[in-house]
Write a protein that binds this ligand. Structure first.
Ligand code: ADP
Ligand code: MG
Length: 329
């Protein structure tokens, strides 16, 4: 049922919850927020397009969560503390129950991370739903986790478990057969990823470089390598697989698909980071304290190039590459 509601009523009804004292939220021409003395603002924006980044029939509550989660993940990858965000929405029509659920999913995650929604823009779109979120965070100068800070000899770590989002996405897209029970266990990784915000801030003490894995582990790691001017060695057997995929891993015909999912699958929002060997024990303690799996999966080398060793210790000759929106073919 599509009710007639004005743009202004829509914003007032769904996107104008209270903001913390000292901030000016939606309702004026700009939002206002303070930054603690001596801190820098970290900011990032991500665009989500219907049919490109999410399926048209996705649960709007999970979409609200994900639209913010992918942005919080960028703050996490720099070690920044979330402060606030802006939400741009292009909607082809107004379905109030859809918007209410979307807003609930968005505010729920925002509340958990103290990331107030302080403004945005809402407009009618001609084709499909467009969502643009911009986040703001704070970080001390020269403390942010930069892509360019990896050093030869560093361990390479990854948070969480891998493979689930890619396999779930392929099942939902119909490019592989759907196993209903397996999809139920995997789809949370795709639809409601957990941004590793606390981890990112804790890693400021221990890590050199970090990136969030949005386009595939190898591709995102290669951004660190390029920015840092070094290479890397990875061990496939050390990369943690989502537990629900372990049965599949025993089937020979599933090997190539799993390798692709783990090495090149995107939409993951785990952190890949490098840290000196001396930090190893502290990082394992952090893993226990935050209850997040953290796995050492390889090391940074002086020599350029990214070599992945398979379970037999052989270099994989043609490892799968990650996602690129503009790649031809
Ligand atoms: P302007 O004409 O200055 O662009 P708008 O009429 O677009 O202002 O928006 C009115 C107010 O509502 C602004 O403060 C804006 O930040 C806020 N707003 C608009 N859309 C959203 C949204 N999707 N989420 C949160 N705040 C919004
Ligand atoms: Mg506007």
């Amino acid at each position: 049922m599509k009710a007639a509601i004005s743009e202004f009523d829509l914003i007032a009804r769904y996107f104008k919850r209270a903001v913390p004292a000292g901030m000016l939220g939606g309702g004026d021409d700009c939002a206002l927020f303070s930054v603690p003395t001596g801190q820098q603002v970290a900011t990032s924006t991500d665009l989500l397009l219907e049919g490109r980044h999410f399926f048209s029939d996705v649960d709007p509550r999970t979409l609200g969560h994900k639209a913010l989660a992918v942005n919080l993940s960028d703050l996490a990858a720099m070690g920044a503390l979330p402060v606030g965000c802006l939400l741009g929405l292009g909607l082809p029509d107004i379905d109030e129950s859809w918007i209410a659920s979307f807003a609930d999913g968005f505010y729920d995650l925002a509340g958990r991370h103290g990331c107030a929604l302080i403004g945005g823009d809402t407009t009618r779109s001609l084709h499909g739903i467009t969502i643009s979120v911009t986040v703001f965070g704070t970080v001390a100068p020269r403390r942010a986790l930069r892509r360019s800070a990896a050093r030869p000899g560093d361990d390479i770590w990854v948070s969480g478990v891998l493979g689930a989002a890619d396999i779930a996405c392929r099942m939902l897209a119909g490019t592989i057969g759907t196993d209903v029970d397996l999809l139920r266990q995997l789809r949370g990784a795709l639809e409601t990823p957990t941004p590793r915000v606390e981890l990112g801030q804790a890693l400021i003490e221990y890590a050199h470089a970090a990136i969030d894995v949005s386009d595939g582990l190898l591709q995102d790691l290669s951004h660190i390598l390029r920015a840092s001017g070094c290479g890397a060695r990875l061990h496939e057997s050390a990369i943690p697989l989502h537990p629900a995929l372990k049965n599949l891993a025993a089937e020979p015909q599933a090997q190539a698909m799993l390798r692709q999912a783990v090495l090149a699958g995107g939409d993951l929002y785990e952190l890949c980071f490098t840290a000196p060997v001396e930090a190893h024990a502290m990082i394992l303690r952090l893993s226990t304290a935050l209850n997040i799996p953290l796995s050492p999966i390889g090391s940074i080398t002086q020599a350029p190039g990214l070599v992945v060793y398979d379970r037999a210790g052989q270099a994989i000759s043609d490892p799968p590459s990650g996602f690129d929106h503009f790649r031809i073919g």
